[in-house]
Design a protein around this ligand. Sequence first.
Ligand code: SAM
Length: 254
Amino acid sequence: MERAAGMTEEQTDFGFTTIPLDEKVRRVGAVFDSVSERYDLMNDLMSFGVHRLWKRFVVATCRLRAGQRVLDLAGGTGDLSILFAREVGPGGQVVLADINASMLDAGRRRVLDEGLVRGTGFVQANAEILPFRESCFDCVCIAFGLRNVTDKARALRSMYGVLRPGGSVVILEFSTLTVPALRALYDAYSFTVLPRLGKLIADDEASYRYLAESIRVHPDQESLLGMLREAGFEQCNYRNLSSGIVAIHQGYKF
Ligand code: SAM
């Protein structure tokens, strides 16, 4: 498992805080229990709606065809599941999986409200130990989820396992700015504006401070690329969006 300098094998990061490994799932769970009701509104406000564009890029990267099976892992409130369901059509299948019951509930309601009943499924699952049979998905996507997972290498191996040969994993995640001149502005926004917005809209300053911190300790573009290769993926590549605020990584299983 990837570990920051000074951490022991039994420790991991929770933003800038070092915590015992087995505490991370509970702490991350508390974040998403707290923000699930206001999650979508906060996403729109924090990103000025740009997260919708990033997700459109993700869908284009997945290159889905009618009839395929997709796993929207850490799918949360389901906006990507809805886009995927339209791509694969009624003969395909989209499974929204998330470890958190509140987020999964919000996702289920949203997907079903769109009338997407046939071909959609909802599973409470930890990305590190996916409860699906080997080689059963054409595509596995995880958007803004990997950062929150305790053992990312284990999760990547688990995703590899459930992909069919020829299928790909697509990861949308906050990453490292490619324009150093923007760093001061980005830091000011992340560490000052985001927590205040979190307090105002979701009555939760701490969760949005965790968001800013967790982005800073997440592996950068090249490190994540290496982790994908380590997990067995081939033809791995990435693309920066919005000057590296986010990156889309893709890797194939052959
Ligand atoms: N994919 C959605 C999106 O792009 O808006 C939701 C992303 S939200 C920031 C992160 C999601 O990851 C939360 O719903 C959280 O419950 C989920 N999550 C965190 N750790 C997880 C894990 N180990 N396995 C599965 N889901 C996890």
